[in-house]
Write a protein that binds this ligand. Structure first.
Ligand code: GLA
Length: 353
């Protein structure tokens, strides 16, 4: 029996920067995808999930076109197998059972964790290893093919390289990762708005295209290299450039133990995502405000936006009161049912003994 786990992630700051070679600060969280598998002798991969309908059946050699696979959740598995396909990597079939504690469609990267788990599992069963960086890049490309959404690499890197007790400062230009310790005095709180993400896929691609167009106008390959002055009149590009600065400033403040400053930078990040990048929703705005009003250091939408979750940093000793107060404010203002999670930073994906 082979068992592989892969965690979801929450991003503390640095959103819509990864596909412009920028900086982000994700945390691999204690909500994870677990895949249990036994080898088959007929070269077929069969996958079942406790939460998703249907049975996926595809050849282990990557021959199946990922975009034709049904049920649709099998497409990223097919994408992973196709990208792994190589004469040096035995394509051994397996029977896989998927369970997950990452809420689906919440912006906590359940699908990235899923693809990462399968990329590692295929190697375990086939008796070969793939470098962690390749696992992340393969999972990213498989997800892009499966969904058509041109996602960046943050989610997969976080799932693969997570470190217990740490956030990861990721430089998406070089893929350098610096683990940054999270002090015990602070808790990471994630609250789901209770509203699924809307328009996310098409708007994500539009925002990414707008960033690429802005970089092209400036004659640079990505907005990583733009200055604040160059983008002063372009809200989309201004968000990316200012968010990179905030992310680096946040890391300095976290290392210095200045949690008030960290919180202020999260609030600024939310405002920039709302006003300049325009990926917030009224519910996310209410939730972020409620988390700060209830005693959080700071709060912001996390991930792509358009629904899903807000993340807050909260003094550990007050976490229960802050969550209760924030949720009750949110319920009164919206009538929706929020779902709070207090998350811990965990190690990245890998086989479980
Ligand atoms: C989604 C994508 C990531 C990243 C975030 C926004 O989660 O999968 O690559 O772009 O949105 O920061």
């Amino acid at each position: 029996m082979y068992v592989v786990r892969a965690p979801g992630r929450v991003n503390l700051i640095g959103d819509h920067t990864d596909y412009q070679d920028g900086f982000c600060l994700p945390v691999a969280i204690d909500r994870e995808v677990v895949v249990r598998a036994v080898a088959r002798t007929d070269g077929i991969v069969v996958a079942r999930s406790d939460a998703l309908e249907g049975v996926v059946e595809i050849p282990a050699d990557g021959f199946e076109d990922p975009r034709r696979v049904v049920p649709e959740w099998g497409r990223s598995v097919a994408g992973v197998l196709r990208l792994l396909s190589h004469p040096d990597r035995p394509a051994v079939g397996f029977d896989a059972d998927v369970t997950s504690t990452v809420p689906v469609g919440s912006g906590l990267s359940s699908s990235a964790a899923f693809a990462v788990a399968f990329a590692i599992l295929a190697g375990e069963v086939g008796g070969y290893t793939t470098s962690p960086r390749s696992v992340a890049l393969i999972a990213q490309e498989a997800e892009q093919t499966a969904t058509g959404v041109p996602c960046g690499v943050m989610d997969q890197i976080a799932s693969v390289f997570g470190r217990a007790g740490h956030a990861l400062l990721l430089d998406c230009g070089s893929l350098d990762i610096v683990p940054v310790p999270l002090p015990d005095s602070v808790a990471v709180v994630v609250v789901h708005t209770g509203l699924a993400r809307r328009l996310e896929d098409s708007a994500y691609a539009e925002r990414r295209a707008a960033c690429e167009a802005a970089a092209a106008r400036l004659g640079i390959s990505t907005l990583r290299d733009a200055t604040i002055d160059q983008v002063a009149d372009d809200p989309i590009a201004r968000h990316v450039v200012s968010e990179n600065r905030r992310t680096l400033a946040f890391v300095d403040a976290l290392v210095a133990g200045d949690l008030e400053l960290c919180g202020g930078l999260m609030d600024e990040s939310h405002a920039s995502l709302r006003d300049d990048f325009r990926v917030s929703t009224p519910e996310l705005d209410v939730l972020a405000d409620a988390l700060v009003g209830a005693g959080g250091y700071g709060a912001r939408l996390t991930g792509a936006g358009f629904g899903g979750c807000a993340v807050a940093l909260v003094p550990s000793e007050d976490v229960e009161e802050v969550v209760t107060r924030a949720c009750s404010r949110y319920v009164s203002a919206t009538g929706l049912t929020p779902m709070p999670l207090v998350v811990r930073a965990v190690d990245g994906a890998g086989p479980v003994d």
